[in-house]
Every structure is written in structure tokens, then in C-alpha cells.
Design a protein around this ligand. Sequence first.
Ligand code: SAM
Ligand code: TMP
Ligand code: ZN
Length: 408
Amino acid sequence: MPDTSQCRVCSGTVEQFFDFGRQPLADAFVTPGRAEEEFFYRMAVGACRTCTMVQLMEEVPRQHMFHEDYPYVSSGSTVMRAHFEKTAERLLDTELTGPDPFVVEFGCNDGIMLKTLADRGVRHLGVEPSGGVADMAAAKGIRVRKTFFEESVARDIVAADGHADVIYAANTFSHIAYVDDIFRGVRELLAPTGVFVFEDPYFLEIVERTSFDQIYDEHFYFFAVRSVQEMAARHGLELVDVERLQVHGGEVRYTLAHPGARTPSPAVGELLAEEEARRLTHPDTLRGFGESVDRTRERLLALLRQIRDEGGRVVGYGATAKSSTVINYCGIGPDLVSFICDTTPAKQGKLTPGSHIPVREPGAFADPYPDYALLFAWNHADEIMAKEREFRQAGGRWIRYVPEVRVD
Ligand code: SAM
Ligand code: TMP
Ligand code: ZN
């Protein structure tokens, strides 16, 4: 297997630093009896020697991941709904104060962010290729185009609606390998004084917390301020602001503008200096990350085997896309985790990709409570633990593996 590839941002050499082996698609839940249709690929991750962008070594074709049955529905979390309402309010107060502002969001999913803007009568358009969730957005009164965002789509939007004051994408830009085409589209669509705002998991957090489960097919890039700044400059835009966010285990919201249109905020330099001080993409750091991943795997497996051997029962909480990496890399099967409960109707009654652990509705969790709950949706810990207070009161214990394996 080659351990280098060509950088999708700058054509430099990407050097592999961790190989998870053969993995299924993280959101490809299996209908019982139809496991032979599963798609596998080699999941490995590397860093570009030139521009430092961390990326997957192999790209999965986009239509395998984002289609009519894409199961992830954004509005399942109360905390995320509040986060995106706040985001929309902030845009209304800052960027959308002109007479007839226009916002384009790509990857709008079920309309979790655009809903607030649509309700306020702001001109908007969602671009969302996954048909099922796009229909949910449309049902909320959101204008949505069922397609992948790319340059040709951007050009069509300009012809029909004019230039955008804000182009927004949450947990989506890092999913798209073909950044050159995206940047051409953004440059054409963005008004001269407009901003392109996107938020995605922060590679610094992934390294610091060993949250290796952020690595799966849909997450093609693992952004950091240095790599995003270089990518923006290479593609004719300027990074003018960064803001750390707590959601999804630690993200950064990046703001890009046409070169010279805005004065860059001091926050950009501050976070760049922090990445530099922590030697974020230095080979030693990346090697250390790999060692931490394997330590987590050993400890989690040892714990689950011990519980099983002592006759305890473990149920998984949250059939997240992230859980696919943990489950398949660690080799966790239904013998160690009997089922996983999840609120998403499209996941219930299915089996997890690769490992074939049944997914059940949340009501199954308390029927009866297991001895342990393995919290796969660790990024929603506060919300879930508040909701499931009675589990602990009944003597149940939570298992977490980020930042390290812990029972409490
Ligand atoms: N923005 C939502 C959020 O933060 O909860 C949804 C995030 S979801 C993980 C990623 C979304 O991006 C999916 O709904 C997917 O269909 C969409 N997507 C993937 N590639 C895309 C592309 N090229 N253009 C527009 N949307 C895309
Ligand atoms: P995410 O980490 O990618 O947002 O996925 C969260 C998954 O966890 C999603 O499948 C929904 C599920 N979930 C629950 O089952 N219960 C909950 O209370 C929350 C917040 C999420
Ligand atoms: Zn590069």
C-alpha cells in the first residue's frame, strides 16, 4: 500500500500517519439480510508536507455517501438547534443588515440553521444533495436545491438570485474533497463585501483529545487555522476571522472574504501561534496521536471484555457516524455491545455498518437498563446525561473513551 498521496489542496505530497485498515461507510446502516451490499475502502489519514492540510488518503465517491437515504438529521439535538439559532441571529445582527440580503448555505440538511432566517423573511437558498433531509427542510418552508454545491451550481444561483452576502456551511466543507471547484464557485457567488463562513471539527482538538472517531469517510479534511489560511490564499480568498466553538467536540468557525475586503482579526494570528507552539502537524505529534489511538483501543477492548466476562451488559448510546470508526477499528461486535439506541428513525431497526450491532429506539435503553452505557455520542454528553438521569440513579454507569477510557 502506498503511504503517500497527492494533496487535494496544493498537489504536494501527503504523508500517511495512521491507517485504520478496511472500513465501511460510517452512515451506511445495513438492512438486516442485506449485508452483502456493504461498501468498504481503506481508511488512512495523512498530512501534506507542503500546506499541512490533514486529509484522507483515499476519497470515497460522493454519491456513495450523500444520497436519498442519507440518515443524519441535524435537528435531533436540542443543543445543536440552539447553536444554529444563535448562529442565524448573529448573522442577522452582523452580515445581513442591508436592504435585501441573500444567504446561501450548502449542506443545509433539514434546515436547522436556515429555518430562523426563513422565518424572518430573509432571502435564502439551501443546497443539499441528500434528498430525504432536503425534503425535511422544504417542509419547513425553506428554499432548497437538491444538488451538490459546485461551481456550475454557484453560477446558476448568481443568474437566478444574484450574489450572496453570506455563504455558510457547517460540518460540510470538510466533507468535500474537490476544494478547487468549491472555491471557484464561492468566488463567483460571493458579493464583493460578502463572507464565506464555515465551521468544522478542529484538528487541534482531535489530537489533544485523541478523538480519532472524527476520522471517517465523510470527513475528508481535518482543518486547522494554518492549513485553512493557506488553502484560502491559494484559491483567491483571505482568512479574516476564526472562532473556537464547543460543539461537536471542538470546532473552529472560519470567516473568509475577498482579499483586502476585510481587516483580519487578531484571533487568526493568536490561533496560528498556538498551533505552531503545539507543533500540530509535526511528525512527532502525529506519531504520538497514533500511539494514543492504539492505547484507547486496547483499554476500551479490555474494559468491554472484562464486563462481558463478569456477566455485565453494555448498551451503546448514539449510533453516530463517529462510532463506526471506534467499533470497526476496535473490533467491537454484538457480543460486547448488545445494541445501540438512537433517536434517528432511519437508523432504527438497522445494523451498524461493518460490525452489525442492532440499532434500536431510545425506549429500549430503559427496558431494562443495562449495567453500562457506552457513550458513542460523547459530543452530546450533557444533553444525553441530563435526559437519562434515571439510568445513573438506577445504578447504571457511563463508559467514555474521549479523551480517555473512563467509567463514571
Ligand atoms: N449543516 C448540518 C449540520 O451542521 O448539522 C449538516 C451537516 S451533515 C454532517 C453534512 C451535510 O452536507 C449532509 O446533509 C450532506 O448531504 C451535505 N453535503 C455533502 N456534500 C455536499 C456538497 N458537495 N454540497 C452541498 N451539501 C453537501
Ligand atoms: P452526531 O454526533 O453526528 O451529531 O450524531 C449524534 C447521534 O446520536 C445521532 O444519530 C442522534 C443520536 N442522539 C440520540 O440518540 N439521542 C440524543 O439525545 C442525541 C442528542 C443524539
Ligand atoms: Zn497540500
